[in-house]
Design a protein around this ligand. Structure first.
Ligand code: DC
Length: 238
């Protein structure tokens, strides 16, 4: 693939749950030699910590104050695996598999609505982007974390399409679930992500839309490389 090599930029990829953001962000980062940061994994790791420490009750209601107080005890990192993939760590433990399960998925929107959790993680995410050369995916990257990112993409696809994709992914990982359960989780997360008070899921006004329903992975990857090259050309100061 042809890419343009210039001074590094910040690339923000936001969108709905299971829209394929992470896969495309990872592929782009690899092609252009940028760092990749999965901010959803950071919210998932905080959620896992809260679940393990009894900070979420049986109805799924988080103890916001206790979780806010625990933030200094939660150390999130990314481990580079020998195959080049990235795993998430929580206090030095590899929790990659656990944070992707349905239990964490069912609780993560409530935890990520806690203002102190967001403030803490946003500061960490901004630190990752200090020297640019980064692809970050999430819900609020183009609006809150890096409002002046040189390239912002907003990804969407119908909930039913996203549920089918997610089901395939979970089944591939040996996680037992049904289409209905996955769709319900996706629709519920969409609602919570869009309606929370603190930096809700919003398309940045200057984001480029991508509906990838009818795109192959290759088409999507090429589309993104084209937008990257355009963004670099558009910023002559870089
Ligand atoms: O991208 P993901 O599905 O792994 O994200 C998990 C949850 O984390 C998602 O339901 C909302 C939350 N999240 C967020 O609030 N802000 C972000 N920047 C990334 C994720």
């Amino acid at each position: 693939m042809q890419t343009t090599q210039k001074r590094p930029i910040i690339i923000a990829i936001d969108g709905y749950s299971s829209s394929g953001k992470s896969s495309m962000a990872k592929a782009l980062a690899k092609t252009i030699g940028y760092h990749y940061v999965d901010t959803g994994a950071m919210y998932r790791a905080v959620t896992l910590y809260a679940m393990r420490n009894g900070l979420i009750d049986n109805n799924g209601t988080p103890d916001s104050k206790a979780i806010a107080d625990a933030m200094p005890l939660i150390n999130i990192g990314f481990i580079l695996m020998p195959d080049g993939s990235q795993h998430t760590s929580l206090n030095d433990e590899d929790v990659e598999n656990e944070i992707r399960g349905l239990d964490v998925s069912n609780n993560v929107s409530a935890v990520s609505a806690i203002p102190e959790v967001r403030h803490d993680l946003v500061v960490k995410q901004q630190a990752f982007g200090k020297s640019k050369g980064i692809v970050m995916d999430g819900r609020d990257i183009g609006t809150t974390v890096f409002p002046s990112a040189e390239l912002k993409i907003f990804v969407n696809a119908p909930a039913t399409t996203r549920a089918m994709r997610r089901l395939k992914e979970l089944v591939g990982k040996g996680i037992h679930t049904t289409y209905e359960e996955v769709l319900e989780n996706i629709e519920s997360r969409d609602r919570q992500d869009e309606n929370r008070k603190e930096s809700p899921l919003r398309r940045a006004h200057d984001a480029i839309d991508l509906d990838n329903t009818d795109m192959t992975i290759q088409q999507q990857d090429q589309w993104l490389i084209d937008r990257f090259n355009e963004a670099v050309e558009k910023h002559p100061e870089l």
